[in-house]
Design a protein around this ligand. Structure first.
Ligand SMILES: [Zn+2]
Length: 141
């Protein structure tokens, strides 16, 4: 009987929608375990599914008040999951740019409105999805 109840609880967790999950993000101490209600939080593995895709993530859970905390690593992971969710929902802002060719290399330009905060130390982290599809993240190197 107890096992059956547990299975049912896990099923509910898997059906959580990404948008309905809320977390506390501790900006001071970005590594777990966090302290909440004068005690240390415990790390728990969680699962959620969205449109048939399953995502694993870890949270730091306070057993007294029930708050969940994300550390910096898991925050980054969550951002990636939310990006995937936006891709699945086709909610990304998209732009079409003309490809340039200098005789050797193909390249394209980003609009100034987007690139104005980039500097010489910026670099592109490119993840290849397939030969024509990429995710590009501009970051400080
Ligand atoms: Zn607490």
């Amino acid at each position: 009987m107890a096992k059956k109840a547990l299975q049912k609880k896990e099923k509910i967790n898997e059906e959580d929608l990404l948008g309905e999950v809320s977390f506390e993000v501790d900006k001071e101490a970005f590594e777990g375990p966090f302290t909440c209600c004068n005690r240390k939080t415990k790390q728990l593995k969680k699962k959620m599914s969205y449109k048939g895709m399953e995502f694993d993530y870890k949270i730091w859970h306070c057993s007294k008040c029930g708050k969940d905390y994300l550390d910096s690593e898991q925050s980054k992971r969550m951002e990636k999951i939310w990006t995937i969710q936006k891709i699945l929902d086709d909610k990304l802002i998209t732009m079409e740019r003309k490809m340039n060719f200098d005789g050797k290399t193909f390249f394209f330009r980003f609009p100034k409105e987007i690139s104005k905060t980039w500097n010489k130390n910026s670099c592109a982290d490119i993840k290849m999805i397939n030969a024509e599809t990429f995710l590009v993240e501009i970051k400080c190197c």
